[in-house]
Design a protein around this ligand. Structure first.
Ligand SMILES: Nc1nc2c(c(=O)[nH]1)N[C@H]1C(S)=C(S)[C@@H](COP(=O)(O)OP(=O)(O)OC[C@H]3O[C@@H](n4cnc5c(N)ncnc54)[C@H](O)[C@@H]3O)O[C@H]1N2
Ligand code: MOO
Length: 391
């Protein structure tokens, strides 16, 4: 059996990041910029006042004599004239500083009398002018590959770039398989269960920016699987759940070739998730997840989400890990990397759930993290540091 890291590498090898599309800034949050976005203007586009006050010449500040106010400059309303010796212009924050003026004096440091302006002797000596291009200049750019955050989108707007090329959102087709399944809301017979995996997988996919298409439930026949897989046409990734194990009715594994799967691997040294498979289903990358709901969600987190992020232009990277201190001991781990459902405590420590069976959806719902146990990890005591994946 291959390791989790090898399996993830093999999945990345099946994928090619998608092409780009142009989207309005309002829809670009979290998307990956597909080409450099270059500023079309300087910001500020002129020397701008930083304060409400008066624009005047340096020489007049030294002299201290009363100044004649010759006009007004406000944001969006420039003063077109020249500030000469002995003159000042009433100015407001954001207004272009008029020609001839060297500085802005805050209004708190001035006095007006008979229409003449006097600057107090101990006025603040800062110029209070934001230089043209001091924020960014024509030709400055936001680089290709940037994952766009709200602050980036604000910057792009300010650069007068209303839309940007971003990597397309991957479309994932999600197929649940099994004769026992009925859709949520239906009336199950006594031997049936509710198909819960698809909603979990679809929302996991959407949380990393993908578009999820839930396909109709497939029955455990080659014909039904073929018909449902045909509906995945056009998807960038097909993700199946169930039918991955060795039972007579586990057709995805048993009839993989017949269904058109060119398998890259089958079975991974992990727990839960051992019967994982991946390959190309009639040319489309495919990940086959085990049907147990917790196995599905753990593999969705460890394999599907990184795969979708990679398709969407992000780096080929595993699910992010962090460190936490143990609030309860852990037994020795076996020959498979174990992703233990665990709770984060208010003090930041982590405690594994008592029951780790891969069918327990309530335990998964109550968990905040997966503790990652390396193959053959020794018993761990309270206070030791472990790696976790937050979920
Ligand atoms: N002889 C062996 N038996 C099993 C092995 C093994 O190595 N040898 N592995 C076990 C492990 S580990 C897993 S995981 C499961 C995975 O099996 P499948 O992928 O074939 O899953 P199913 O048999 O179809 O379903 C398992 C379980 O999950 C329920 N299920 C399936 N789909 C859904 C769904 N969409 N929503 C909710 N629940 C679902 C299903 O009813 C079963 O209870 O195999 C072990 N067996
Ligand atoms: O690998 Mo299964 O997913 O352990 O329950």
């Amino acid at each position: 059996m291959i390791s989790v890291a090898q399996a993830l590498d093999q999945i990345f090898a099946l994928l090619t990041p998608l092409g780009s599309e142009s989207v309005a800034l309002r829809h670009a949050s979290g998307r990956v910029l597909a080409a450099d976005a270059t500023a079309r203007r300087d910001q500020p586009p002129f020397d701008a006042s930083q304060m409400d006050g008066y624009a005047l010449r340096d020489g007049d500040l030294q002299a201290g004599a009363p100044l004649k106010i010759i006009g007004e400059a406000a944001a969006g309303h420039a003063f077109g004239g020249l500030v000469g010796p002995g003159e000042a212009v009433r100015i407001f924050t954001g207004a272009p500083v008029p020609k001839g003026a060297d500085r802005v004096v805050m209004q708190e440091d001035t006095a007006l009398s008979g229409g003449m302006l006097t600057v107090s002797g101990n006025a603040d000596r800062s110029r209070h002018i934001r230089k043209q291009g001091g924020d960014f200049a024509i030709g400055d750019h936001v680089p290709k590959g940037r994952v766009l955050r709200p602050a980036d989108l604000m910057l792009l707007a300010s650069m007068n770039i209303p839309e940007v090329p971003v990597v397309r959102r991957p479309v994932v087709a999600i197929l649940s398989t099994g004769d026992e399944l009925v859709m949520p809301g239906e009336c199950p017979a006594p031997d049936q269960i509710i198909a819960s995996n698809a909603v979990g997988l679809a929302t996991l996919a959407e949380s990393v920016g993908a578009i999820a298409r839930i396909l109709p439930l497939a029955r455990d026949t080659v014909k039904s699987l073929e018909a449902c897989l045909a509906l995945a046409e056009g998807a960038d990734l097909v993700v199946t759940s169930g039918g991955a194990s060795v039972g007579d009715h586990d057709l995805l594994a048993q009839a993989a070739k017949q269904l058109g799967l060119d398998q890259a691997f089958y079975k991974v040294a992990m727990r839960p998730g051992k019967p994982l498979m991946a390959g190309r289903m009639r040319g489309t990358p495919m990940i086959g997840l085990p049907g147990n709901p917790v196995s599905t969600m753990v593999c969705g987190t460890i394999f599907m989400q990184p795969a979708l992020r990679f398709l969407g232009g992000h780096a080929a990277a595993p699910a992010p890990r962090s460190l936490a201190s143990l609030a309860a001991p852990l037994p020795e781990n076996g020959p498979r990397e174990h992703y233990m459902r665990a709770m984060l405590l208010p003090d930041g420590r982590v405690r594994a759930a008592d029951r780790q069976d891969s069918s327990l959806q309530k335990v998964l719902s109550e968990a905040d993290a997966l503790i990652v146990r390396p193959v053959g990890d020794l018993p761990r005591s309270i206070g030791e540091t472990v790696e976790i994946v937050k979920i």
